[in-house]
Design a protein around this ligand. Structure first.
Ligand SMILES: CC(C)(COP(=O)(O)OP(=O)(O)OC[C@H]1O[C@@H](n2cnc3c(N)ncnc32)[C@H](O)[C@@H]1OP(=O)(O)O)[C@@H](O)C(=O)NCCC(=O)NCCS
Length: 187
């Protein structure tokens, strides 16, 4: 996979990313962008200085996209990440996240965090009232079916919190973070 900075993407490549945001999210109704217009509005923000984005290209075609929001000099939020369905399971998601981690690290950030919704029942936290004991919810969280929680755990991200009912009653947002130390990882 080759990487292309969002700032250097052509209009056709940008349109391909917008289509990917609409068709590539399969997590449930609260996640993703229902229309091309909404995806294009979101992507237009990546021309602003507080955002960074990378396209992943495979044989010249757009195979994925990863973006981030600079929350502060030391903290970036990963948002969004998507790989073309036909290209999944080939390491592209991992490669896109690694490229973003490298960019964040080079810019001086020490932490990358993200939120991943469970609005479909793919984890054992779905459908519960989490407020009475949030620490234990974090402690016992697990995926019941394929969910990005597992993907990010494979990449070294830790569950640092949950937002109960983020997408409606019983539909939490799972917060995950990773300390960036790109130099020691590549040694
Ligand atoms: C999540 C996503 C980006 C993963 O991309 P991918 O290219 O298939 O992932 P990779 O091939 O790089 O997988 C890396 C590792 O995570 C694992 N993994 C990938 N997707 C997974 C999933 N949905 N559930 C569990 N594990 C997963 C892989 O088995 C692999 O494990 P390994 O390190 O032991 O080999 C992709 O499935 C996707 O675009 N999903 C829809 C959009 C989405 O959910 N984005 C994240 C929202 S927070």
């Amino acid at each position: 996979m080759e990487f292309l900075d969002w700032a250097e993407a052509t209009p056709d490549q940008r349109s391909a990313v917008a289509a990917l945001l609409v068709h590539g999210f399969d997590l449930g109704p609260a996640t993703g962008w229902p229309t091309l217009g909404e995806a294009e509005t979101e992507l237009a923000r990546f021309d602003e200085p507080d955002r960074r984005g990378f396209l992943g290209l495979a044989e010249g075609a757009v195979a994925g996209f990863v973006g981030a929001i600079r929350i502060s000099a030391s903290l970036w939020e990963l948002h969004p990440l998507v790989v073309r369905p036909a290209e999944r399971g080939r390491g592209f998601g991992r490669a896109l996240v690694a490229r973003l981690e490298e960019a964040a690290w080079e810019a001086g950030a020490g932490t990358l965090y993200l939120g991943t919704d469970d609005d479909r029942g793919d984890t054992n936290l779905h459908g519960l009232d989490l407020y009475p004991d949030i620490p234990s919810a974090i402690d016992r969280i697990e995926a019941l079916r394929p969910h990005p929680l597992t993907f990010y755990q494979h990449l070294g991200y830790t569950v640092i919190g949950v937002i109960p009912d983020a997408s409606g009653p019983g539909k939490p947002d799972i917060l995950m973070a990773k300390r960036l130390d790109v130099e020691s990882e590549t040694e």
